[in-house]
Design a protein around this ligand. Structure first.
Ligand SMILES: *Cc1c(COP(=O)(O)O)cnc(C)c1O
Length: 453
């Protein structure tokens, strides 16, 4: 029989509701706190930045939330996304393992990000605002939000991390093509940006700084809201369409996952894939090991602290209990721009604390070696972020070879790397290096965590 590479669902099998893991956990995650009073934040505290529908989703304890028809219509432009069995990679590795990857690079932005940018733009447009501000690292989130804003008639203003703005000019052009505007962060347009540039004029920027700038601008005008591409509960919720589809697709393949690996920046593509499987695991219907993979240069789960911290560098956001490297930690300008966030989603941090998942950190040269092996066998050039997941897949597949078992490995290939040629060029030209990571490098920013009584 011919090998089956693709497992495809038809449109009628696309999920019509998002899955919220909170009611299925043995305890709820700790609440976000007001940065001034240190009391749990209420809906009113979030209202200047987010529409009511998203605030309700953020605090929801309902297991399932219906996906609005208008959002489903747009999802169908690229959903359901394909699940692939990586036969060619398996052969190249000589492994008996079965490797599956759910490919989100088929979306308009080339990543999983439109799964949440579309509902976020939809609910914001419904609430009557006229503009969204946001941050972007590598540019994937800015692209996805600009696309979604174009569909719902919203303006979109993006602060892009300086290091990525300089190294990936094509991403800016895509955002502008979708109708968005882009600023290099730190910028002269905000108080926090001017302050940081005053101290260090050629600052490379960070996601924490770009978030501060976008939040500062949104907070000044009630017609402007802010949109976040990762970290928050409602973002993880929207991404669960990935895992729900993958469950059906693995059923078609007649398999169950033994190991699920995914790259984690703020945690949204990983949670989107893994949480529906974790629901099945908690209900005793399957028992996969679930493992997050983070960059060695920004290892919030494996080398950070579990504590209340700000989501941004300026200290404007609510305090979130999460694994953090400290809100003013500036990661090395590694090529996986989407993974350079100082914190981890509070919900994933909580699941990690509950012992329901594992985490590892991988250096970028190992990730790009994995990317080349993957590209040369499967024919897709991955974004730098999911190269971390691929490196972990390959480690696992080689362990299966050593042990001589046919374990089933599942990952999300959460984006393609067509705009990341500078990263590939650096790797192919032998100019990519791994940062030396001393304990001192991580200890220092943690001394400035907010003190919660
Ligand atoms: C944004 C992004 C990430 C990191 O964000 P998560 O919320 O951790 O998923 C990873 N991969 C790609 C392709 C991205 O665009």
């Amino acid at each position: 029989m011919a090998k089956q590479h693709k497992f495809l669902l038809d449109e009628s099998q696309m999920p019509t509701r998002w899955y919220n893991i909170v009611p299925d956990l043995p305890s709820p995650p700790p609440p976000p706190l007001h940065p001034g009073t240190h009391q749990p934040v209420g809906p009113d505290d979030l209202a200047p930045l987010f529409p009511e529908d998203l605030i309700l989703q953020e605090v929801s304890t309902e297991r399932y939330i219906e996906i609005p028809e208008e959002v489903q219509d747009i999802y169908r432009l690229w959903r359901p996304s394909p699940l692939y069995r990586a036969h060619n990679l398996e052969r190249a590795l000589g492994t008996p393992a079965h490797i599956y990857y759910k490919y989100e690079g088929v979306s308009p932005a080339g990543s999983h990000k439109p799964n949440t940018s579309v509902p976020q733009a939809y609910y914001n447009a419904k609430s009557g605002v006229s503009k969204l501000t946001t941050e972007t690292g590598a540019g994937q989130w800015g692209t996805a939000l600009a696309f979604a804003c174009a569909l719902f008639g919203l303006e979109c203003e993006v602060w892009q991390v300086g290091a990525s703005y300089d190294s990936k000019p094509s991403r800016r052009t895509v955002i502008e093509t979708f109708g968005g505007s882009v600023h290099r962060s730190p910028s002269e347009l905000t108080e926090i940006g001017r302050k940081i540039l005053g101290d260090l004029p050629d600052h490379p920027g960070s996601l924490g700084i770009a978030i501060s700038e976008a939040v500062e601008v949104a907070g000044q005008d009630e017609k402007i809201h802010y949109a976040l591409g990762s970290v928050l509960n409602h973002v993880l919720l929207h991404q669960t369409v990935i895992g729900e589809e993958a469950i059906l697709q693995l059923e078609m393949a007649g398999e169950q996952p033994d190991v699920i690996v995914g790259c984690t920046g703020g945690g949204s593509n990983f949670a989107g894939l893994a949480f529906p499987f974790l629901r099945e695991k908690l209900a005793g219907r399957m028992s996969p090991t679930i493992r997050a993979v983070e960059p060695a240069s920004c290892p919030s789960l494996t080398r950070g602290t579990y504590a209340y911290d700000f989501g941004d560098t300026g200290g404007f956001t609510p305090l979130m209990k999460m694994h953090t490297l400290g809100h003013d930690f500036v990661p090395d300008p590694i090529h996986a721009g989407g993974l350079r966030y100082h914190g981890m989603s509070p919900l994933i941090s909580h699941v990690y604390e509950l012992g329901l998942m594992e985490a590892i950190a991988v250096p970028q040269t190992e990730c790009f070696a994995a990317a080349l092996q993957f590209a040369r066998s499967e024919g897709i050039v991955p974004a730098p972020e999911p190269t971390h997941a691929l490196a972990a897949c390959i480690r696992e597949a080689l362990a299966a070879k050593e042990a001589g078992d046919e374990r089933v490995i599942l990952t999300a290939l959460c984006g393609h790397g067509h705009f990341d040629m500078a990263a590939y060029d650096a790797y192919l030209g032998g100019r990519m290096v791994d940062e030396e990571l001393t304990d001192q490098r991580f200890a220092e920013p943690l001394t400035r965590l907010p003190q919660i009584g």
